[in-house]
Each structure stands twice: as C-alpha cells, then as structure tokens.
Design a protein around this ligand. Structure first.
Ligand code: ATP
Ligand code: PRP
Length: 205
C-alpha cells in the first residue's frame, strides 16, 4: 500500500489535477465524504488530506510514503527524515517582511508577529537584529495595525491583503512553491514504486 499525504486548502485545488494527469484520481464521493483516508482508482494507493503543516510530520514518521507541502511549511518543520524531490511549481508566493509605511524598523529590538517563527528568526538573526517573535495562527496583517507588533513575516501573493490593511512589503525572505517530499526510508524500501509515480507526476507538470 502506498499512502500519499496532501495539504488541504489552496494547495489541494492545484494538486488534484496534477495527480489526475499522472493517473491517480480520487472519486468525488470520497472527496466529499468525512473520511480521513480516501480511496483512489488504485487498490494499493490511498490518500490522506491534512492541515498543510502536518504533511511533513506524517511523511517524516513514515505514516505517509510521500506528500505535497509548501516550501514555507518544510522550512518551518525542518524537513528531517524527508527528501524533497520535486518542485511542483504550484501555490507560488513569497515569504516577506511587511509593516506600516514609514515604520521605523531600525529600533534595537523589534516585535515581529508571524505564523512562521523559524523563518522569521533565521531572517532577522542573519541581519544581526534582536527580535521578539509573537506567534500567531492567522490574520498576521492585523498585528501592526493594532500595535501588537512592529512588523509581520507572512506569505504574499497578489499583495491585496497587505494593501487592504495599509501595509507595505519590505523585504523578500524566500520564494515559496509546493514540493513533493518522500519519507527517506520508504524511498529505499519502495523505490521503484515511488520513483515510478514521481516520474509520472514530473511528466504531468
Ligand atoms: P492552516 O489552516 O493549517 O493554518 P493555511 O491557512 O496556511 O493552513 P493555506 O492558506 O491553504 O493553509 O496555505 C497552504 C499553503 O499554500 C501554504 O503553506 C503556502 O505554501 C501556500 N500559500 C499560502 N498562502 C498563499 C497565497 N496567498 N498564494 C499562494 N500560495 C499560498
Ligand atoms: C495567505 C497569507 C496572506 C494572504 C496573502 O492567507 O497569510 O494573508 O494569503 O495573499 P495575497 O497577497 O494574494 O493577498 P490565507 O488566505 O491563506 O489565510 P490565513 O490567514 O488563514 O492563512
């Protein structure tokens, strides 16, 4: 049995056509059900649909053989025990620092609100800046407006969310796209099976 871990939400919408093109399809009845393990058109392939940040955890521990997750999620997780094999080029966006226009960020200690604690710490430490990171789980854009933080580290795509909240992008931390990751042990034990599917997915890009 091969188990594939997919991120729910926006990545899923772009992942399903990719898998379909590669030959793996999940019936609508499965997708619409409340089941957590979904059948596919192959008896020996099942799919689990998880919160984006849980995908590398399931793959790392071998509960899924391979999975699809954003580069942001992989950087935050640390990606221990997983091989990143393919850049799928989907769900592209940028990890950025943003703040209110004309905000002075040259203070000795900055408050940074973010869901992406590791990315934020590594970025500011690399700049030699002292930061207090305030962990949030969403609506980061609110933090500078209500005085919770001096700036945010968040994903930016169109820039509409920043604009709508009178924030400006300041610095690019890294580019994000979704990646195919594989459990390192499964990549050895089920090599030909996994590699076969990776090649098909590659061709369908
Ligand atoms: P959760 O609900 O578990 O906190 P989430 O809200 O981060 O997850 P999504 O918004 O669906 O979940 O984002 C999942 C992934 O999609 C992110 O990890 C990132 O790789 C990508 N992503 C997030 N925001 C955007 C965006 N605005 N444009 C393109 N890709 C994005
Ligand atoms: C993401 C991100 C930004 C927004 C950026 O949020 O956290 O808020 O998208 O996209 P834009 O530049 O195109 O406006 P999402 O919609 O995933 O909501 P979330 O806050 O629940 O993560």
């Amino acid at each position: 049995m091969l188990t594939i871990a997919l991120s729910k939400g926006r990545i899923l919408d772009q992942t399903l056509p990719l898998l379909e093109e590669a030959g793996i399809s999940i019936p609508q009845t499965e997708l619409k059900s409340r089941k957590l393990i979904l059948d596919t058109n192959f008896d020996d392939i099942q799919v689990i649909i998880l919160r984006a940040s849980d995908v590398p955890v399931f793959v790392q521990h071998g509960a899924a053989d391979f999975g699809i997750a954003g580069k942001d999620v992989l950087i935050e997780h640390g990606a221990d025990g997983v091989f990143e094999l393919l850049d799928l080029g989907i769900s592209k966006c940028r990890m950025m620092v943003a703040s209110e226009k004309d905000k002075d960020l040259n203070k000795s200690s900055l408050k940074v609100a973010t869901k992406y604690v590791r990315s934020a710490k590594e970025y500011f430490y690399s700049q030699g800046k002292q930061v207090e990171v305030i962990k949030l789980y969403g609506a980061m854009e609110l933090a500078p407006i209500v005085g919770l933080s001096d700036c945010i580290v968040d994903l930016v795509d169109t820039g509409n969310t920043l604009k709508a909240n009178n924030l400006v992008p300041l610095d690019l931390i890294y580019e994000v796209s979704s990646r195919l990751i594989v459990n390192s042990a499964a990549f050895n034990t089920k090599h030909s099976e996994i590699n076969g599917w990776i090649q098909k997915i590659k061709e369908s890009l």
